[in-house]
Design a protein around this ligand. Structure first.
Ligand SMILES: Nc1ncnc2c1ncn2[C@@H]1O[C@H](COP(=O)(O)OP(=O)(O)OP(=O)(O)O)[C@@H](O)[C@H]1O
Ligand SMILES: [Mg+2]
Length: 262
């Protein structure tokens, strides 16, 4: 479904990604892990069109998407969540999901503003769809709450609900478990598995919670200083000396929430 081919990206003198290649087959939950600053978010940003790569190509469903705008990439079926939650804090939970659905609706902002018939019909549809997604993700009892009033665990779920609103084929999750407690992380893992199983959505997951990653991922790619240093199933990656060294090289592991192996 997704092919990442020889991606390079530098910021000034800093090489954030160097010849990164891997693929994500349809229906998989693949993880991308690595110490802080390894380049994981940069790659998510390149896949979702926020930055163009300096070199290399991203192919999604046999089409080159690198160079397209984020909205075009969203329209063809890739949606994402952000490491630093990006919600409309002054809108309700339901409104956040409805706004996210905008790429799916046909009436423009002007028509919506004038409450023209098509826009009204679409607004009703967006509302119903929004309620359905909130119910699916377990947030329907919070629908009228301001997004800013939700605890971090529910804000992260709302980000996922927003990402689902565009009915993606591929979902990119950037540290969905950051700030979640053990119980919330376990439920998040179950939600991700359900999204794959029931909605058939392919997932690329970035997270530092190794228990979550090792439990739900079919395949793991490890980045360190912008380069792929390992690839494999959980047991292979956990026992790969290159991976262990990369994580041991991190100054203060506990601080960064990283623990490898079990
Ligand atoms: N817009 C930018 N401008 C300059 N440098 C950047 C930019 N974005 C990322 N970087 C740098 O690129 C490197 C990779 O950063 P990135 O955010 O991709 O890492 P990461 O693997 O997501 O780390 P973390 O686990 O801490 O989220 C870092 O050294 C970072 O400082
Ligand atoms: Mg990051």
């Amino acid at each position: 479904m997704l092919l990442i081919k020889g991606i390079y990206k530098s910021f000034g003198g800093l090489t954030a990604l160097k010849d990164v290649s891997f693929s994500v087959p349809k229906g998989n939950i693949n993880a991308l892990i690595g110490p802080n600053g390894a380049g994981k978010t940069t790659l998510m940003n390149i896949i979702s069109g926020i930055y163009p790569p300096d070199r290399g190509e991203i192919i999604f469903l046999d089409k080159t998407i690198s160079g397209l705008t984020p909205s075009k990439i969203a329209k063809i079926g890739i949606s994402r969540t952000f490491q630093h939650v990006e919600l409309f804090t002054n809108m309700t939970v339901l409104e956040n999901v409805m706004v996210a659905r905008y790429t799916k609706t046909k009436a423009g902002f002007l028509a919506s503003g004038l409450k023209l018939p098509l826009a009204k019909k679409e607004e009703r549809e967006s509302q119903l769809k929004g309620l359905e997604i909130l119910d699916y993700i377990g947030l329907s009892d919070r629908k009228d709450e301001l997004a800013s009033n939700l605890p971090i665990g529910e804000q992260r779920l709302l980000e996922i609900a927003r990402a689902l609103a565009t009915e993606p084929k591929l979902l990119l999750l950037d540290e969905p478990a950051a700030g979640l407690n053990i119980r919330e992380t376990k439920m998040l893992g179950e939600t991700i598995l359900r999204i794959r199983k029931e909605k058939g959505i392919t997932i690329l997951l970035v997270d530092h919670d190794m228990e979550l990653v090792m439990k739900i991922s079919d395949w793991i790619t490890v980045l360190n200083f912008g380069e792929v240093i390992s690839n494999g199933i959980a047991s292979e990656v956990q026992n790969d000396p290159a991976v262990i060294n990369a994580y041991l090289g991190v100054e203060d592991e506990a601080d960064k929430g990283i623990s490898i192996g079990s």
